[in-house]
Design a binder for this molecule. Structure first.
Ligand code: PLP
Length: 401
């Protein structure tokens, strides 16, 4: 009997849940988080959310909206005033022209991704996804019955997509490619020339290009390029954004996508049976975020950069090869010297050293041998947790010899 199955009084088995629902892969990051929550002493380096509170003027805007009675349903695509502000933001800060009718406000970046892939893929269609990558991409593909073609992001390629890998993997059944820059978990940023090459590849092969840019303003070295800013006019491109990471608003659940007008209209219609619309006071908070002072965004990124530099010093002295992130807030570190699978490593690290990290295998097959450390943790936790990690890798490595 399946875990959710019950038997009715007449002894009949009711229809079981769909096989897609019951075979949904579980997140290994969640598994680590749950172990860590059970340990009151744990240092948390596994979580992917800012350790800053949402700025006060944003919280105040939501209060004000609720007090003023902005508590009713909103249009499926979002409040017009917010769509206008977002079109303006994309035009000015992401450096490509977008009109309000191309913007759809969603329940976080994750819903923008789900809607986009739902709109583009039939069951059995293929989508090119990075490996390693944020695990939720695969989960969405699973829910849609789509086939994943994993393209490698490995040290030899500077943890960036390589055109030759894409050419090798693509087939007539491939419909879309997803590119994530700045990358979770790698922190890499796709440079302009490569972005142009990736767009040209998608154009040549007749693919939709989905550009996940949810970390667009969490950048350290000013090298970030939005796909839209180098795309041809009328390109089959959907860009995904979020308030979660940039404005420390993970729990507010507001994101948006920018798409060609026809596709934006299509996904707007798909909002109705899923969420109808995004929470109205949260949309007003998002409006305050995008139109208000931006120095807080810069200050948060500056803190991540300082932490990155200190953390890389500790890892370097400990002899652990690591990525040097240019954006997002993660460091990708090799723990292969420990000689155990990354999930086992993560479990033992909590048990023995009270430090939680995200195991590399949670992000794909090519993540094996690595762990992801989040810079969105306090400086003290980061330095202490990483010193313990270095010591633990050495201990396991020596035990192997
Ligand atoms: C690469 C990437 N894309 C999209 C998201 C979605 O974020 P949210 O749904 O909170 O906007 C995340 C969150 O961790 C992420 O890391």
């Amino acid at each position: 009997m399946r875990p959710h199955e019950t038997i009715t009084r007449s002894g009949e088995r009711p229809t079981p849940p769909s096989s897609i629902a019951s075979s949904m892969p579980v997140s290994r990051i969640r598994e680590v988080m749950e172990l860590a929550w059970a340990d009151p002493e744990a240092i948390h380096l596994e979580v992917g959310e800012p350790n800053f509170p949402t700025p006060e003027h944003i919280v105040e805007a939501a209060h004000e909206a609720a007090r003023m009675g902005l508590t009713r349903y909103a249009p499926n695509a979002g409040l017009p005033v917010l769509r206008e502000a977002l079109a303006e933001k994309v035009t000015r800060r992401n450096r490509y022209g977008a009109r309000p009718e191309q913007v759809v406000v969603t329940q976080g970046g994750i819903q923008a991704l789900y809607l986009t892939l739902r709109a583009l893929l039939e069951p059995g269609d293929e989508v090119l996804l990075p490996d390693p990558a944020w695990p939720n991409y695969r989960m969405i593909a699973h829910l849609l019955g789509a086939r994943v073609l994993a393209y490698p992001l490995v040290a030899e390629g500077g943890f960036l997509p390589r055109l030759e890998d894409l050419e090798r993997l693509v087939t007539p059944r491939t419909r879309a490619i997803l590119v994530n820059s700045p990358s979770n978990p790698l922190g890499t940023v796709v440079p302009r020339e490569l972005m142009e090459g990736l767009l040209a590849f998608a154009r040549r092969r007749g693919l939709w290009f989905v550009s996940d840019e949810v970390y667009d303003e969490v950048v350290f070295d000013d090298v970030f390029v939005s796909a839209g800013s180098v795309a041809d006019p009328g390109e089959r491109l959907v860009s995904i954004y979020s308030f979660s990471k940039v404005y420390a608003m993970t729990g507010w659940r507001v994101g948006y996508l920018v798409a060609p007008p026809d596709l934006a209209k299509l996904v707007t219609g798909m909002q109705e049976p899923i969420i109808s619309c995004v929470n109205t006071p949260a949309q007003m908070a998002a409006l305050a975020a995008v139109t208000g002072p931006q120095d807080l965004v810069r200050e948060m990124s500056d803190s991540y950069r300082v932490r990155r530099d200190e953390l890389l010093g500790v890892l370097d002295r400990g002899g652990l090869p690591s990525s040097r992130p240019s954006g997002a807030f993660y460091v990708w570190t090799s723990v292969s010297e420990a000689g155990v699978p990354s999930m086992d490593f993560a479990r033992s690290l909590i048990e023995r050293e009270h430090v939680a990290v995200a195991p590399g295998s949670a992000f794909g097959e090519l993540g094996e041998g690595y762990v992801r450390l989040s810079l969105a943790s306090s400086r003290q936790d980061l330095l202490e947790g990483t010193s313990r990690l270095v010591r633990f890798v050495r201990l396991l490595g020596e035990a192997r010899c």
